[in-house]
Design a protein around this ligand. Structure first.
Ligand SMILES: [Zn+2]
Length: 305
């Protein structure tokens, strides 16, 4: 299945351009990423949600290179990495401890609470970096993992570090059968920094902002994942009375940036003694964490001349 309404980002403005937003709905990208790994369902869900958030945040930044969302924490899922290139190529991977995931799930069940991503991440941080190739062009944002949901955690970042009014809602659909598909989505609304005071004669900007947030929060998963609706139609349902302008869309696909030369350079920095410990059947094999591609070298190829 290839639905043109998914794996896209719609950019929009409302209220005469005072607020801007993004709507991202993912399907094939998520399923391809998940198929590259053999992760437990819980981790697949976390990857799908983190990918929607990464694409959402990347879409608000102008960059030419690589945007990375990374979590590092002490919970059962100790690390998640999602890369989003400026061309919309996405890849993701995670590190986890399956026994601890099962223990955390059992604990949650007895407390009858919803299993949200931060529960499995534990204490730690969420970082965003933008790498544009040059040495001084690395942008980094960082926030503690706090809050019940991943979107709450991301909103704290904007409140604390960027001081931009931001509302984010994330959606996840887990397949109910082995053949079923994953979907994830995110919607974001930001108040433009220069939008202040009255934007029309009758209401002030804070009232308008609060109303726009209430409307966005009313969006439900069954609408977001309705394959019949285009992003434009979804936004029209929400904001047809708010001078909606949908500006542009962007497409996403899965792609890994690994290659033999890069890996060879990394392995060549290891000492010859350590290389010896990695040799199996006369060769050193390494597997890409993102796509599972296996690369095999002879020791001679990895010794610096
Ligand atoms: Zn790879």
């Amino acid at each position: 299945m290839n639905n043109k309404n998914f794996d896209t980002c719609a950019s929009f403005h409302i209220n005469n351009g005072a607020f801007y937003g993004r709507l991202i709905r993912l399907n094939n990208v998520i399923n391809e990423i998940i198929a590259k790994h053999n992760y437990p369902q819980t981790v697949n869900g976390i990857i799908a949600e983190c990918t929607a958030l990464a694409a959402l945040l990347a879409s608000t930044i102008k960059y030419d290179g690589l945007f990375t969302l990374q979590t590092k924490s002490d919970g059962p899922v100790g690390m998640v990495v999602v890369d989003v290139s400026s061309e919309g190529k996405i890849r993701a991977c995670a590190e986890y401890d399956e026994d601890r995931i099962n223990a955390a799930k059992a604990l949650r069940k007895t407390q009858n609470e919803h299993e949200e991503t931060p529960h499995f991440l534990g204490h730690g941080y969420l970082a965003f970096t933008v790498d544009q190739g040059g040495p001084d062009k690395l942008y980094q944002g960082i926030v503690d993992i706090q809050g019940k949901t991943l979107s709450e955690c991301a909103m704290r970042y904007f409140k604390q570090s960027e001081q931009i009014d931001t509302f984010i809602k994330l959606f996840l659909h887990e397949p109910q059968t082995p053949e079923g598909q994953w979907f994830s989505a995110g919607i974001l609304l930001q108040k433009l920094p220069f939008a202040g005071g009255k934007i029309n004669k009758t209401t002030d900007i804070n009232e308008d902002w609060n109303e726009a947030v209430v409307f966005m929060d009313s969006l439900q998963a069954d609408e977001v994942f309705n394959a019949e609706l285009t992003g434009q139609e979804l936004l029209h349902r929400l904001y047809h009375a708010h001078k909606l302008e949908v500006e542009q869309t962007k497409d996403y696909s899965f792609a890994c940036r690994c290659n033999r030369e890069k890996l060879q350079a990394v392995l060549s920095s290891i000492s010859p003694e350590e290389l010896d410990s990695l040799i199996e059947n006369g060769r050193i094999t390494a597997e890409c964490h993102f796509c599972g591609e296996k690369y095999s070298f002879e020791k001679g190829e990895l010794i610096k001349q």
